[in-house]
Design a protein around this ligand. Structure first.
Ligand code: GLA
Length: 385
């Protein structure tokens, strides 16, 4: 188990006492690409995590070892920006963003690793940020709350990983609650926990195990399209500050002015926001057929309007919908690879796995990886056992 590996690796590399922190990955039931448009999302933390074993040290030299990459990296918390491998940028970014906030994290030795598959769209990078953020907050008494740590993680992602992400992933990693989804309003940052009672149904993830290289460039481009749409519409409709201020019907008159691509992006986001609200009601009413329909509509929007799907994801979704007992299926997260999330009867899981695996194998000569979802708690300190 990864937790054990992290503990053992710490003992081997550094020895002595240490503390252990963890932060989870996330799923998202619905509400994709709405977070950075001040919209609604419905994520939940999962039982897959990043663990960080860590001790403060004197001086300003940080040493971090990645169990998953089997590499060690060092940087000086006061020095100029160093050349770092990709995996080390997240911890470095968290240190720097804490300093930018006026915090004074000290130096440390750390070992980290986890069981969140890389590039699967389960937010392993947000989990690294939140695990380090939580650890440093505690170790150096920085006095930050969960939301502040989530925001530090988001800034680390923007400024050191180059992805202008919204807050959903880091928020879910910090605030997750076992057995509950989070209904988050990304404008006010108000949130509620809702128990997920699926009565004989469940969510399953199917990981394409592809991550197309365009992913982060295209992500930033979509965000720009939304911002451009808001600017143009706002010039005619004063008071419009984000796509959250608009309903789908408000967008149509601006179709010519926006141009096809920007129009479709804006239309998708306004529709997706409505779908999240409808999903909240449908889940409250136990109407899972309706939830499934909304999930399917979300995928069509992501594929045809927001254009962030890819053939591997589409194949998994299309095949899933041929299986009896499947209520809905869609790509999850930023897109261009990663996982689909499917709502289905628990008794249909075997058939679902068999059917989608066979279709994927024929098309791509490789196997997707399946994960049955367990919803877990957010970031925190763990007992070293
Ligand atoms: C990535 C980002 C999130 C969010 C999703 C799409 O996971 O990190 O902020 O925008 O994509 O919903």
């Amino acid at each position: 188990m990864k937790k054990r590996q992290v503990i053992e690796a710490y003992k081997e590399k550094f020895g002595g006492d240490f503390r252990l922190f963890s932060a989870p990955g996330r799923i998202n039931i619905i509400g994709e690409h709405t977070d950075y448009n001040e919209g609604f999302v419905m994520p939940a933390a999962i039982d897959k995590k990043i663990w960080v074993a860590i001790t403060p040290v004197r001086g300003s030299a940080v040493t971090v070892y990645s169990v998953d990459y089997d590499q060690i990296s060092t940087f000086d918390i006061q020095g100029p920006i160093p050349e770092l491998p990709h995996w080390a940028l997240y911890s470095y970014g968290v240190v720097k963003e804490l300093q930018n906030k006026g915090g004074k994290p000290g130096a440390f030795n750390a070992v980290f690793g986890g069981d969140i598959p890389d590039g699967a769209g389960l937010s392993s990078s947000a989990a690294i940020e939140c695990a380090f953020g939580t650890a440093l907050n505690s170790l150096f008494d920085l006095g930050m709350d969960k939301l502040e740590i989530a925001k530090v993680g988001q800034l680390a992602e923007h400024n050191y990983a180059g992805v202008r992400c919204g807050l959903m992933d880091q928020f879910a990693s910090m605030h997750g609650k076992a057995g509950h989804v989070i209904r988050l309003d990304c404008r006010s940052l108000e949130y509620e926990y809702a128990p997920l009672n699926l009565n004989g149904y469940e969510f399953i993830l199917a990981d394409t195990r592809v991550k197309h290289s365009l992913a982060s460039t295209e992500y930033n481009k979509r965000r720009e399209s939304c911002e451009e749409g808001v600017l143009l519409i706002g010039s005619k409709m004063p008071g419009v500050k984000s796509l959250r201020d608009l309903r789908p019907k408000d967008i149509y008159p601006f179709k010519g002015m926006l141009g096809e691509e920007t129009f479709l992006c804006c239309e998708f986001v306004t529709e997706e926001n409505e779908r999240v609200l409808e999903t909240v009601t449908a889940l409250e009413n136990g109407d899972l057929e309706k939830v499934g329909g909304l999930i399917n509509a979300s995928h069509r929007g992501l594929r045809d309007k927001y254009m962030v799907s890819c053939s591997e994801l589409d194949l998994l979704v299309d095949t899933a919908l041929t299986v009896e007992g499947v209520l809905g299926s869609r790509m999850m997260g930023g897109g261009f690879g990663g996982c689909t999330i499917t709502l289905l009867k628990s008794t249909s899981v075997d058939q679902f796995v068999k059917t989608t695996q066979a279709a994927f194998q024929i098309a791509y000569s490789s196997d997707p990886v399946f994960y049955r979802v367990t919803i877990g708690d957010g970031a925190g300190e763990e007992i070293v056992d």
